[in-house]
Design a protein around this ligand. Structure first.
Ligand code: ZN
Length: 303
């Protein structure tokens, strides 16, 4: 293997052995404990009933605690897209960080370098796509905050090791705290989060609290400098940008057009409605194979 590992096996794992194909996700955690040694001890202690496959220390050293093909106990109650209990489908990576309750710290450069190496290796070995690299808070938003808003998702995304939007940070900042036009847009935003993968949510009063957690998890991941659990236009645009190539592909496919728009066009379409209030429909003149011009995508229509 191309990466340096120290083996320190934990007894906290589940049988039977999984097949390689079952490993579809990688879940990133922080330890949330003051001391690194205590955190490692906990993961090795049979009484704790918790573990992870890998552990990345503050100095960048990587420990292998559970072999990949056994189920480590790192995710607990969790869901993503149509899956629940992500332990069965994932590899867990713990990283030393005291976490939100003990003086949340930046991850060290050495930790991130080791993480990049480990992700590259695992993604290749198990054919895991960059959209399947998740944080614990993504899959358990009502219980977990890790790895938190100091985790550099955008840096990983630059190396195609994570999912991140392509919007200009300065440009979208002007939509921060700006309310959405309507309840319908709010509901579309929540639907977008579900399409991204977050647990199902809805507009019922009893679920408001749950929605709040899900929005916070989304913000910790994609809008890291303001985590308030409130819906605003900046978050809405980010959610649309994550889904937009899919939305437009679907729209064009419905009309029998196979067309791949460049990213910068898609991004321009995201801003279009915000900068042209009152418009709900974008007119694109698309001439497939020299045929008749067609009216295409409805910008804000959920697919
Ligand atoms: Zn965790």
């Amino acid at each position: 293997m191309g990466i340096k590992l120290t083996t320190k096996y934990s007894p906290n794992f589940g049988l039977p052995k999984r097949i390689k194909k079952r490993i579809e996700f990688i879940i990133i955690h922080y330890t949330g404990m003051k001391k690194e040694t205590a955190a490692i001890e906990r993961l090795l202690n049979p009484k704790s009933k918790v573990s992870s496959h890998y552990y990345i220390k503050k100095n960048g050293n990587i420990l292998n605690l559970v072999p990949d093909l056994y189920e480590a106990w790192h995710a607990g109650i969790s869901s993503w897209k149509n899956l629940t209990s992500l332990n069965k489908h994932s590899i867990g990576i713990e990283m030393t960080n005291p976490g939100h309750y003990h003086g949340y710290d930046n991850f060290s450069i050495k930790q991130i370098l080791s993480l990049k190496r480990l992700l590259k290796y695992l993604m290749k070995k198990y054919k895991i796509g960059y959209k399947c690299i998740l944080g614990h808070s993504d899959i358990s938003p009502d219980r977990k905050k890790d790895p938190g808003e100091k985790f550099p998702w955008y840096l990983l995304a630059k190396n195609k090791l994570a999912w991140w939007h392509k919007l200009d940070l300065k440009k979208i900042k002007k939509y921060r705290k700006v309310k959405l036009y309507s309840k319908k847009e709010e509901s579309n935003f929540l639907k977008n989060l579900h399409k991204v993968g977050y647990m199902k949510n809805n507009q019922k009063k009893s679920n408001k609290k749950n929605n709040h957690f899900i929005i916070k998890a989304f913000q910790r991941r994609f809008r890291q400098d303001l985590i308030n659990g409130k819906i605003d236009k900046e978050c809405f645009l980010i959610s649309k940008s994550l889904l937009i190539s899919w939305i437009f592909k679907l729209e064009f496919l419905k009309q029998g057009i196979k067309l791949k728009l460049p990213d910068k066009w898609l991004i321009a379409l995201i801003y279009f409605k915000e900068e042209s209030p009152g418009s709900t429909r974008i007119q694109c003149q698309v001439i497939p194979g020299g045929g008749n011009p067609r009216d295409s995508a409805t910008e804000n229509k959920p697919p």
